[in-house]
Design a protein around this ligand. Structure first.
Ligand code: 26Q
Length: 808
C-alpha cells in the first residue's frame, strides 16, 4: 500500500477542513481546531477505504467477526491513524508549516477512555490487529458520554472528576442516524396462535433509540479499514409525543430520562460486579442494538438467516454481552419464525466467549426478578435455555446434585452469565495458559468434562506497533538497525534476531543509553505536568495497573517500608538510588483500594520530607494513570512489578508492554508471567513467591498470617508501621485485614506468606543492576523474546481456532 500524500497535499486538506467545517480563518487557528481538522482529514481517508473494504467483503461473502465489548480503551488516535495510513510524516510537516509543533497537537487529544483497564485495552489492541491482518471485523460498544473518570490526588487521596472526552475526541465519530435501531424494555407478553404456531407478542414496552456513532479503524500497511460501532441512547421523541398527547405524561417523561441515562457513563468498577439495574439496561441496550444491526446487514446480503452462523461469528469480551444469546434466539424465533431447535443451532454456532477472571466477586450473577421485569421475553428464553441445559447436565453426570447446581444457568433466583455463555456458545477461552488450565480444572471443570473441545486457550497480546514502535522511537530505531529494517512491524517474531547481539558490548551500551534518554524524557514530562522532580539516577521501578487487593500494590509498599526502615537503621550502608513509581485508579466505591492509594501517598510524602532519603529513595504516585500516560512511561521503565497472588491475574497485559520495552520483571508465576518465564528462563526475570497450586493448598490447610508476623521481625515492623501510618494518618483497617480481618479471611491475598521471598527478589534485582552490561543483556533478551506477545499472534490464533476466518 502506498499513500501518496505530500506535505503540501496534507496542508491543503487541513486548511480546507478548518475553513469549511469550522469556519476558521488562518489567524484564528489554535491547537484544538488544528487537532480536529487533522482528525477530519484522516477520518475522510479511512471512510473512503472503509467503503472499499465493505464492498470487497460483501462481494467475497467472507465470514465476519463481530467483537462485542462493553469497553474499548482506545486512548489517542491521531498519531496511530496517521502512522497506520502512512501519512505521519506528511502530517507532521503540514503542522510545522502552519506554525505549530506536532507533539503539541498530539497532546491536545483526550484519551478515548471507554474502558477500565486490561479487558478494554485488549479490545482496542485486537481491533488494530484484526484490521492489520485483513480480517473483516467490527467492534461494538457503547458511546459513553463520560469515559473512565479522571483521577486527582487531593491531600493524598483519590478524587474522581468527570471525563468529558467527546467535546474534542468526538471528531473521530461519524453518527449514522439512518442506521438507528429500536430497543424495547419492560412491557407485557401475550401468546397468540397464528398459522398453527404459538407466537409471543411483546406489548406496552418502553422504547429507546440506538444511534450508531462509527469510528473507523485503519490497519498498518494495508488499505483494509474496519469499524468500531459505538451506540448512543436517545429517547424516541415522536413516540413520546404520542404518549404525551394521550395523557400518559408520566410514562412519556420516564422514557425520556431512562433513555438519556443509558449511555451517560462507563461503570468504573473492574473485577467487581455491581448489580445495578442501569448496568443491566446498558448491557441489553448494547446487545439488542448490535444483534439487530448485524442481523439486518446479513439479511441485506443473503436474504435469509439460515446461514447466519456461517457468515458471522460473535466474540463476547467476558460475560458482559452474554444477552446476545437470548437476544439472537428471540429475533430468530419471534421475528424470523424459526423453531427453537433451528434458532439454537444458529445461535450456538455464532457465539464464542472469552473469560477474563476467576475472582468470584467478578463473575456476573443477576437477580432473576430484575431481568424478568426489565426484559420479560429475554427472561423466558434464558429460563428455557437453563432448563434444557440442565437436562443434558443431569444426563451426563447421572443426576449429581452438586454438579447440577454448579452448572446451572438459573439457580437460587439468580442468572449466572458465565454458565449461560458456556451453554449458548461454541467456544470458551481463557487468556493465558495458566488461566485456561484453572478454568478447565477448577472454575468450569464439569462443563469442560462434558464438552472438552469447547475449551481453548488464547494467550493475550498487545499492539506492538503502538506499544513499541510508536511509543519508543529510540528503541525502534535500534531494532531496525540490528534486524535490517522494520519487518518486525508485521512479523513480530523477527525480534528474536536481537538475541544475536547479547555479546555485543556496543549494542548493549546503546540499549542502556536509549533507556537513560527515555527516563529523562519521562522525568521532563512529569515535571511539566506536576512539578515533581524524578531522580533519573535511580532505578525506575514501576507498578501501574488498576488498584486491587489481588494485584498486591500493598506488598510493594511493604517492601519499600522495609527498605526505608533499613536505611534508617544504618544510614551509611550502600544504597542504590531507587525510584518507585505507582499509577492506579481505584473503583470509587472500593474503600480498601482507596486506603492503599492514601497509604502510598502518605509514604511518598514521608520519604520526600526525609533528608536521609534524598538522592536515594523516592516514591511517586502518578496521578490519573491512563493509556497516554502509559505510552510515555513504558519506554522509561526498568523494573516491572507483576506481583499478583498466583492464580488470580488471568493474564495481565501491562507485563507484556514492559517486557517489550526492555524492563525486567519481578513477578509471581501468575497469568502470562508463566509464559514469559517459559521464553526467558530464571536468568532473565526475577521470580518469587507461592505458585498457584501452593496458594490453593495453603488456603485449604487454613492459612494463618500471624505465624509469619510472629516469626519475621522485619515483617512485623513493617506491618506495625502500616498501623501507625505516616504524618498522623493511621491505617488500622489495612493492618487488621492483614492480620485479623473480622469480615473474611485474614490476608486473603497472602501478602505475608510471600513477603520474605519478595524482598529477596528485590535484592537480587538490585544486585543485578550493579552490572550495567549484564542488565542490558537481560533487557535485550526480554525485547528479543517478546514477539510472541504481539496481538497479531493472538488474533491469528482466534482466527484459526475459534473464528474460522482467513487472515494475512
Ligand atoms: C461487571 C459487571 C458490572 C459492572 C462491572 C463489571 C466488570 C467490568 C470490567 C467486571 C470486570 C471488568 C474488567 C476485567 C478485566 O479487565 N480483566 C482483565 O482482563 C485482562 C485482559 O484479558 C487480563 O489481562 C487481566 O488479567 C484481567 O484482570
Amino acid at each position: 500500500m502506498q499513500q501518496l500524500y505530500t506535505v503540501q497535499d496534507m496542508e491543503e486538506a487541513i486548511r480546507g477542513k478548518l475553513r469549511l467545517n469550522y469556519g476558521i480563518s488562518e489567524k484564528d487557528v489554535n491547537e484544538e481546531y488544528l487537532f480536529k481538522a487533522c482528525a477530519l482529514v484522516l477520518r475522510d481517508m479511512m471512510a473512503l477505504h472503509g467503503a472499499e473494504t465493505m464492498e470487497r467483503v460483501e462481494r467475497a461473502h467472507e465470514r465476519r467477526v463481530h467483537y462485542l465489548s462493553l469497553e474499548f480503551l482506545m486512548g489517542r488516535s491521531l498519531m496511530k491513524n496517521a502512522y497506520n495510513l502512512g501519512v505521519l510524516e506528511a502530517m507532521n510537516g503540514a503542522i510545522e508549516n502552519m506554525g505549530f509543533k506536532s507533539a503539541d497537537i498530539f497532546e491536545m487529544e483526550p484519551d478515548a477512555g471507554l474502558g477500565n483497564g486490561g479487558l478494554g485495552r485488549l479490545a482496542a489492541c485486537y481491533l488494530d490487529s484484526m484490521t492489520t491482518l485483513g480480517i473483516p471485523a467490527t467492534g461494538y460498544s457503547l458511546c459513553y458520554e463520560l469515559g473512565i473518570f479522571k483521577q486527582r490526588i487531593v491531600d493524598g487521596q483519590q478524587v474522581e472528576l468527570p471525563d468529558d472526552w467527546k467535546a474534542v475526541g468526538g471528531a473521530w465519530l461519524i453518527a449514522k442516524p439512518e442506521e438507528r435501531e429500536e430497543v424495547h424494555f419492560g412491557g407485557k407478553l401475550r401468546e397468540v396462535w397464528r398459522d398453527g404456531h404459538l407466537h409471543v407478542v411483546h406489548e406496552d414496552y418502553n422504547t429507546v433509540i440506538a444511534i450508531p456513532c462509527d469510528m473507523e479503524i485503519a490497519g498498518y500497511g494495508t488499505d483494509h479499514v474496519n469499524t468500531l460501532r459505538l451506540w448512543e441512547a436517545r429517547s424516541p421523541r415522536t413516540l413520546d409525543m404520542a404518549l404525551f398527547s394521550s395523557g400518559q405524561y408520566v410514562r412519556a417523561t420516564e422514557e425520556q430520562t431512562m433513555a438519556q441515562t443509558i449511555t451517560k457513563i462507563l461503570y468504573p468498577n473492574d473485577e467487581h460486579m455491581e448489580g445495578k439495574s442501569l448496568r443491566l439496561k446498558q448491557q441489553y441496550f448494547f446487545v439488542s442494538a448490535t444483534v439487530q444491526s448485524l442481523v439486518r446487514k446479513h439479511v441485506e446480503v443473503y436474504g435469509t438467516l439460515k446461514n447466519f452462523h456461517e457468515k458471522n461469528v460473535i466474540q463476547i469480551n467476558d460475560t458482559h454481552p452474554a444477552m446476545v444469546i437470548p437476544e439472537l434466539m428471540r429475533i430468530l424465533m419471534d421475528e424470523a419464525g424459526y423453531s427453537w431447535n433451528e434458532a439454537w443451532e444458529i445461535t450456538r454456532n455464532s457465539v464464542a466467549y472469552t473469560n477474563h477472571t476467576v475472582l468470584s466477586e467478578a463473575l456476573e450473577r443477576w437477580p432473576q426478578t430484575l431481568i424478568e421485569s426489565l426484559l420479560p421475553r429475554i427472561w423466558q428464553i434464558i429460563d428455557e435455555i437453563g432448563k434444557r441445559y440442565q437436562k443434558s447436565v443431569e444426563e451426563f453426570f447421572h443426576h449429581n446434585n452438586a454438579i447440577t447446581e454448579k452448572m446451572a444457568v438459573v439457580w437460587g433466583g439468580e442468572v449466572r452469565m458465565a454458565n449461560l455463555c458456556i451453554a449458548g456458545g461454541s467456544a470458551v477461552n481463557g487468556v493465558s495458559a495458566l488461566h485456561t488450565e484453572i478454568l478447565r480444572t477448577d472454575v468450569f471443570r464439569e462443563a469442560c468434562q462434558m464438552e472438552p473441545a469447547k475449551f481453548k486457550n488464547v494467550t493475550n497480546g498487545i499492539d506492538h506497533r503502538r506499544w513499541l514502535a510508536q511509543s519508543n522511537p529510540g528503541l525502534h530505531a535500534l531494532i531496525c538497525d540490528l534486524t535490517g529494517g522494520d519487518s518486525y512491524l508485521l512479523q513480530p517474531m523477527e525480534l528474536q534476531k536481537l538475541d544475536q547481539y547479547a555479546g555485543d558490548a556496543q549494542v548493549l551500551a546503546r540499549l542502556g543509553s536509549i533507556k537513560r534518554e527515555n527516563k529523562e524524557a519521562f522525568a521532563r514530562s512529569v515535571k511539566r505536568g506536576s512539578g515533581v522532580v524524578l531522580n533519573t539516577d535511580g532505578i525506575f521501578d514501576v507498578q501501574v495497573k488498576r488498584l486491587h487487593e489481588y494485584k498486591r500494590q500493598l506488598l510493594n509498599v511493604m517492601q519499600i517500608i522495609a527498605s526505608y526502615q533499613q536505611l534508617h537503621d544504618d544510614p551509611n550502608r550502600d544504597f542504590t538510588p531507587h525510584v518507585y513509581l505507582f499509577g492506579a485508579k481505584a473503583a470509587p466505591g472500593y474503600k480498601v483500594a482507596k486506603d492503599i492509594i492514601r497509604l502510598i501517598n502518605a509514604l511518598a510524602r514521608q520519604i520526600d520530607s526525609d533528608p536521609l532519603c534524598r538522592g536515594k529513595l523516592q516514591v511517586v504516585f502518578l496521578e490519573n494513570y491512563c493509556v497516554s500516560l502509559a505510552e510515555k512511561l513504558m519506554p522509561a521503565a526498568e523494573v516491572s512489578q507483576q506481583i499478583s497472588t498466583a492464580g488470580k491475574e488471568a493474564s495481565g497485559t501491562g507485563n507484556m508492554k514492559f517486557m517489550m520495552n526492555g524492563a525486567l520483571t519481578i513477578g509471581t508465576l501468575d497469568g502470562a508471567n508463566v509464559e514469559m518465564h517459559d521464553v526467558l528462563g530464571d536468568e532473565n526475570m526475577f521470580l518469587f513467591g507461592l505458585h498457584a497450586d501452593e496458594v490453593a493448598d495453603m488456603k485449604r490447610g487454613g492459612y494463618d498470617p500471624s505465624l509469619f508476623y510472629q516469626r519475621d521481625e522485619t515483617l512485623r515492623r513493617v506491618v506495625d508501621q502500616i498501623r501507625d501510618g505516616f504524618g498522623g494518618v493511621r491505617f488500622e483497617e489495612l493492618y487488621e485485614r492483614l492480620l485479623y480481618n473480622r469480615y473474611g479471611a485474614a490476608d486473603e491475598y497472602m501478602l505475608l506468606a510471600d513477603f520474605a521471598a519478595y524482598c529477596d527478589a528485590e535484592h537480587r534485582m538490585v544486585a543485578a543492576y550493579q552490572d550495567a552490561e549484564h542488565w542490558n543483556r537481560m533487557s535485550l533478551h526480554n525485547i528479543a523474546r517478546s514477539g510472541i506477545f504481539a496481538a497479531d499472534r493472538s488474533v491469528a490464533e482466534y482466527a484459526d481456532t475459534i473464528w474460522n476466518v482467513n487472515h494475512k
